[in-house]
Design a protein around this ligand. Structure first.
Ligand code: SF4
Ligand code: SF4
Length: 386
């Protein structure tokens, strides 16, 4: 059964333009045809929010001296060759309901709160005292937090003695990012590794992403790019031209279903992949499909999605859906918009086997890569603390 035949995924609300006034939201919630899986709308940003847009969040491709980074993770061996440092940029034009990086989506700094680490308002309350906007208030033992007014200044995060406040999104320059990346230069030289730019959608901060990649090239650090391709073709080609390899996520063969589920132009990722292959025929492009129950997890859907991969590229890898990101929604005060059971290992292995046999080739399962949308660190440990 294809997703089109069997599932009624809800129409997503439109994604707010980064920092733009009057931003509207997609509504991924409300589906009825998915065996009880509930897609809920993402929280709507309040009008007049004082959250500031990052300076790197200008039009894709425009030079940006600084941008918003929400995590830098070292010693990855899954996202490009050798030992790599992953740099996660904040902001994404899509809203995949199964996203396990909810902290990556908004193109502004956000603050998370981890109650399991919090000492409590009565015993501590340092965050409430530190917030210059009075957004954190003690309510008995608990804390109340007005998230909409938060501009991510980080005062509460710095004041917290327990690491219970987490800042997602720190403004950095490309040079500062490369300084961090180059701390492990010795490992890149030995392993053939380097920097991998990820997100969110790293190219949603196109100007900043290009600055990072240019700086990497200037310092002779190998760079790789992870993208879902839902960006301007010009930005994608410019970025890919500065990298040694591109890891490209394809989600669904049907542009209508894709657009309805995650937002944006559903035909753009496949079109951009073709353009990328045509413009840079020598580029190393590794295509991955996140396999989501009820969305694209049938063999016919996977094969149709694989058919979008241009000739000459290796067949796509399949990455199994997981639930590792659910706890992070709670840190952000959000409900996960999608709930499903992860694939039973046997069933997923069977799906991969059937997929490979049908393609008559050696498409690899996702065992060698991070799960879809995984920013690579456990909940509460990503982002910046202090
Ligand atoms: S980051 Fe913390 S201190 Fe700064 S505005 Fe937000 S809640 Fe207040
Ligand atoms: S400063 Fe940290 S530990 Fe103290 S009340 Fe606030 S969140 Fe809890």
């Amino acid at each position: 059964m294809t997703a089109r035949e069997g599932r009624a995924y809800p129409a997503p609300a439109r994604i707010p333009r980064r920092g733009g006034p009057g931003a509207s939201r997609r509504r991924p919630g409300g589906g009825s045809g998915d065996r009880g899986r509930a897609f809920r709308p993402h929280p709507r940003p309040r009008a007049g929010s004082r959250a500031r847009a990052p300076s790197g969040a200008g039009r894709a491709g425009r030079r940006a001296a600084t941008g918003l980074v929400f995590n830098i993770q070292k010693f990855s061996v899954h996202d490009g060759g050798g030992i790599r440092t992953l740099v996660f940029l904040k902001g994404c034009p899509l809203r995949c309901p199964w996203c396990s990086n909810p902290e990556s989506q908004a193109a502004r700094p956000e603050t998370g709160h981890d109650p399991s680490r919090c000492l409590g308002a009565a015993a501590c309350g340092a965050c409430a005292e530190a917030c210059p906007r009075g957004l954190v208030r003690a309510r008995g033992e608990a804390l109340a937090f007005d998230r909409a007014g938060c501009d991510g200044c980080g005062a509460c995060v710095r004041a917290c003695p327990a690491g219970a406040r987490i800042l997602y999104g720190r403004e950095m320059s490309a040079s500062a990012v490369l300084d961090r990346v180059e701390e492990d230069a010795v490992f890149y030289q030995r392993s053939g590794g380097g920097l991998t730019l990820s997100g969110g959608e790293p190219l949603s901060q196109g100007g900043f992403a290009l600055e990072i990649l240019r700086e990497a090239a200037r310092r002779r650090v190998d760079a790789s790019l992870e993208t879902a391709g839902a960006v301007a073709e010009k930005t994608l080609l410019a970025a890919a031209g500065l990298t040694g390899s591109v890891i490209y996520d394809l989600k669904h063969w049907d542009p209508v279903i894709l657009s309805r589920t995650v937002g944006g132009d559903g035909a753009l990722p496949a079109r951009n992949l073709r353009a990328l292959r045509a413009a840079l025929p020598e580029a190393v492009i590794r295509v991955r499909i996140p396999v989501i129950p009820g969305f694209n997890g049938s063999l016919p859907d996977l094969l149709k999605t694989a058919s979008l991969v241009p000739e000459g590229l290796a067949p796509p890898e399949l990455l199994p859906f997981h639930r590792l990101g659910e706890a992070k929604y709670a840190l952000l005060g959000r409900e996960p918009p999608f709930r499903a059971e992860p694939w039973p290992p046997d069933r997923f292995a069977g799906l991969v086997r059937a997929f490979r046999e049908a393609l008559g080739c050696g498409a690899r399962p996702g065992a060698g890569g991070r799960p879809p949308g995984d920013g690579g660190a456990p909940p509460g440990r990503r982002g910046f603390q202090g």
